[in-house]
Design a protein around this ligand. Structure first.
Ligand code: ZN
Length: 338
């Protein structure tokens, strides 16, 4: 397997998504890997969404956010439609063909298997579809050893469900083997070569600029600005008030970046001073880094003047620090870490 694999499992509440993530994480630990798992879910009772991300690495994981996925297991239409775009172009999607209808071809290798139907046929319940799917995924992608997966299932499911889950595991593996045959023989490489070819540049130092996080725009009236950007066709986040900064902000989404609309809420706000002096317009550019504390130290060592020598908490709980425009040819630069 690769040095560093980012996996997302997503579906609706009640499908055992989080449990599947826990079992996968545990399996990877048995394999001696570093693992970070995170999860989010809506209200289960209303069949809300459920999602878990698992990062598996041979080395220490510095960025706990799974940003570009290598492997995506989609167990609902909503999950599939929402996240396929987050998958690496060399990555792979496995979906439940009983739950997901492919409306259009997508430019990423993806395979559907009838996990739910198979669970119903064999066990008279959909509850183990998660284990069937997880087993198929692990077999096909070599993410973890099957022996580790078995061990993790036994460790994480209630004893009375151990047997049924181990049976489900075997069924999942058999489904994956069949798929492998359909796809041209028993060579795993044939289906998955793209994945193992992938080389992810990992930035261990956390110093590298990863992308333009956002461009800050000073506005007189945030409601009017939101109206304008909506009219232009953008999607915009809710307004957030940051008392400490004496501002209100809203983010205009553009792919992996955004515009940060900023309205002052007090005459002492630096944004108000900016508006008084220069009128509305571009205020700062923010670059994302992996480790903001390390970056601050690195910049100080290079005699860059910083406005913030320690990160402050900005919109959405992001850590931010500003460089002094004296040091940066008149451009106010923000560095941030999500
Ligand atoms: Zn900003």
């Amino acid at each position: 397997m690769d040095e560093h694999i980012q996996v997302r499992i997503s579906g609706t509440g009640g499908q055992g998504i989080i449990l599947a993530g826990i079992i996968l994480s545990e399996s990877a630990m048995y394999d001696g890997k570093e693992v970070v798992q995170s999860q989010s879910y809506g209200p289960e009772s209303r069949g809300g969404y459920s999602r878990t991300d698992i990062i598996i690495s041979k080395e220490t994981i510095y960025n706990p956010r799974a940003e570009v996925l290598d492997i995506f297991l989609a167990l609902s239409q909503e999950a599939y439609d929402k996240y396929w775009k987050n998958v690496n172009e060399n990555g792979i999607i496995i979906f439940d063909s009983n739950k997901v209808i492919q409306n259009k071809p997508i430019p990423i290798q993806n395979y559907g298997l009838p996990f739910t139907e198979t669970a119903m046929e064999n066990f008279d319940t959909e509850l183990v579809a998660n284990i069937i799917a997880l087993a198929a995924l692990c077999y096909l992608t070599n993410t973890v050893k099957i022996s580790s997966l078995k061990k993790a299932i036994t460790a994480k499911v209630k004893p009375q469900f151990n047997e049924i889950n181990l049976k489900a595991l075997n069924i999942g593996i058999n489904m994956a083997k069949e798929l492998e045959l359909q796809e041209g023989g028993t060579s795993k490489d044939k289906i998955w070569h793209k994945l193992s070819d992938k080389k992810v540049p990992t930035d261990k130092s956390g110093l590298k600029f990863q992308k333009i996080s956002h461009i800050g725009i000073a506005v007189e009236n945030i409601q009017e600005a939101i109206g304008l950007y909506s009219l232009l066709g953008f999607e915009i986040s809710n307004i957030e008030e940051l008392k400490e900064w004496k501002i209100k902000t809203a983010f205009v989404h553009i792919g992996e970046s955004s515009l940060e609309l900023i309205q002052p809420t007090h005459k002492d706000s630096t944004i108000q001073k900016f508006l008084d002096k220069r009128g509305p317009g571009i205020h700062h550019i923010a670059f994302e880094v992996g480790d903001i504390e390390a970056k601050i130290k690195d910049l100080q060592a290079k005699d860059i003047i910083l406005i913030d020598k320690k990160p402050r908490i900005g919109a959405g709980g992001t850590k931010v620090a500003f460089l002094h425009p004296k040091s940066t040819e008149g451009v106010l630069i923000e560095i941030c870490q999500h």
